[in-house]
Write a new protein. Structure first.
Length: 291
């Protein structure tokens, strides 16, 4: 065993902010070994030694120093087959190639970037390049048609999603474990858990003030609206008014030009208002006897 147990040719110390997985990924890259091959090699020795001791023998870094860094692998990960090795990830694959692709796409290890030959776009997923070439450059376009309606798409994967969302075919419901909410889209459930139940929340902070938000798309809107940075003006088609946000433009169109108005109607007379608060005031002022 000792004759096989040799130091990796290049074995830098972990960076101060490293997790053990990011350090192993660095070791694999600079020694020109695939991440998964190095993990498999480590796993063979971990059956006889503990995980940290194996890393110490392979790198010459003391167990005490390695133990200071976050171990983001599952316990006994080397005993599982075709399951993601990272904590808090339940992904399972039918084939080793699918697992390796998952590790690159989701956990950023052993990444091989595929470059578009026509522009600066690149992707971890080779299939994404194919879709990009079709969508952006109209190269090798194959249109996939819905068998039930006129919908068609360049991306075959969207047909399955379309059939589920629009025609309720092969629907997989994603149920919230905390309330009756359910959705056909797994990402929507993730957003629901964050926004409604504060689970898995990632707060996006404004670099210019104390503002922070759960939804990433709202941060540039805030920066534009409050700080006047990277403002995209929305011009009214009927007057000189322009707004920093599309929602402000919609409000302007409703209140000033009666376009896209949602009317709030009085249940006691013909009065109607553009704002719910105005309707409430009207009822209090004019229909006290009907309340």
């Amino acid at each position: 065993m000792t004759s096989v147990f040799k130091l990796l040719p290049i074995h830098p110390l972990p960076e101060s902010e490293s997790t053990i997985s990011s350090w192993i990924n660095t070791l694999a890259t600079i020694n020109m070994i695939q991440f998964w091959d190095l993990i498999s090699y480590i796993g063979k020795f971990t059956r006889d030694y503990d995980f940290i001791q194996t890393l110490s023998k392979l790198t010459g870094v003391s167990k005490r120093q390695i133990s200071k860094f976050q171990n983001d692998f599952k316990p006994n990960f080397w005993k599982t087959s075709h399951q993601c090795i990272f904590k808090n990830c339940s992904f399972k694959a039918k084939a080793k190639s699918s697992l390796i692709r998952h590790l690159a796409n989701i956990h950023d290890v052993d990444i091989k970037l595929h470059q578009c030959p026509r522009c600066n776009f690149n992707s971890k997923d080779k299939y994404s390049i194919k879709i990009h070439l079709a969508n952006k450059h109209d190269i090798n376009v194959v249109l996939h048609k819905c068998p039930l309606c006129p919908f068609k798409t360049k991306d075959k994967r969207r047909i399955k999603k379309h059939l589920a969302n629009k025609h309720d075919i092969d629907v997989v419901w994603h149920q919230c474990p905390h309330c009756p909410f359910k959705t056909k889209d797994k990402r929507t459930l993730k957003g629901h858990l964050a926004y409604i139940h504060d689970i898995g929340v990632e707060l996006h902070k404004c670099p210019h003030c104390e503002y922070q938000c759960k939804r990433k798309a709202r941060l540039p809107e805030h920066i534009a609206y409050r700080h006047g940075i990277n403002v995209k003006w929305h011009q009214c088609s009927y007057c000189d008014k322009k707004s920093k946000t599309n929602s402000d433009l919609k409000s302007h169109l409703a209140f000033k030009h009666n376009i896209g108005v949602k009317w709030y109607k009085c249940p006691y007379c013909d009065y109607k208002a553009k704002q719910k608060s105005d309707l409430k005031k009207h009822i209090i002022n004019n229909h006290q006897e009907d309340l």
